[in-house]
Write a protein that binds this ligand. Structure first.
Ligand SMILES: [Zn+2]
Length: 239
């Protein structure tokens, strides 16, 4: 089982860990704790490096498997052994861009729900770019500029972002979480992690976010597409 350090400290760029198991065929190691985000919820995994006994391995893919985080090691150096001490370093430039982008998407989601009552059905992101799909029947091209102005206003309001980990029963009492389809969470989950943009948005979320909307930067609505009468996709870019 890997302790997920990014869940409580998204700003951790380096960490020490122990290698708990090694998957020879996949060139992957499981660590007892990790700051690497393994991907999920539309946020891609982190990249970086792992130093074990003086050997520097590129981490070029990270994946969650059950309660373990698998770190896939590039290159051809012999793999470390279980029990070895490791030092991990994130590609922080990439991760921080993903944090800003992920928070920007929550700003978009919260603003559109508040102003138009439209709910999100899905989304995806890469560093500084992303999109969300909404059930947003009244969306039309003329609204793009209004939405862009509204989301950037939220960024400039310097809203704090809070991470909380709640018992499942408690989370299920919160109306804002119910609207974001918290009921779709697997039954085995005993705790729910929430991301709150104070005064704007609250969601069950496993990703990494900035501390305050003022770190996001300017958000541009790059495109919008109608995917049918009800479903609309909005693309953003963070500058
Ligand atoms: Zn999210």
């Amino acid at each position: 089982m890997t302790e997920l350090l990014y869940q409580t400290d998204a700003y951790l760029q380096e960490f020490k860990a122990g290698v708990t198991s090694v998957l020879m065929d996949e060139r992957a190691v499981v660590l007892d704790q990790s700051a690497f985000y393994p991907g999920g919820g539309g946020q891609p995994c982190d990249f970086g490096s792992l130093n074990v006994n003086g050997v520097e391995y590129a981490v070029d893919k990270v994946k969650k498997q059950g309660e373990d985080v698998l770190h896939f090691l590039g290159g051809t150096s012999p793999l470390p052994s279980a029990g070895a001490a490791a030092h991990g370093t994130l590609d922080w430039t990439r991760r921080y861009k993903l944090m800003r982008t992920h928070t920007a998407l929550h700003v978009l989601c919260g603003t559109i729900f508040r102003d138009y009552g439209a709910q999100v059905t899905g989304g995806n992101m890469e560093p500084l770019k992303g999109h969300l799909d909404f059930e947003f029947e009244t969306m039309r091209g003329e609204l793009v500029r209004d939405i862009e102005a509204a989301i950037n206003k939220e960024v400039h309001l310097s809203r704090d972002i809070r991470v909380n980990i709640l018992p499942r029963d408690e989370a299920f009492q919160i109306p804002d979480l119910i609207r974001t389809k918290i009921n779709l969470l697997p039954e085995g989950i005993s705790h729910v992690r929430t991301i709150e943009i104070v005064g704007l948005d609250l969601q069950a979320d496993g990703g990494t976010h900035v501390r305050n909307t003022n770190e996001v930067g300017h958000i541009r609505i790059a495109d919008y597409k109608s995917k049918g009468a009800i479903n609309k996709r909005i693309y953003i870019e963070v500058e």
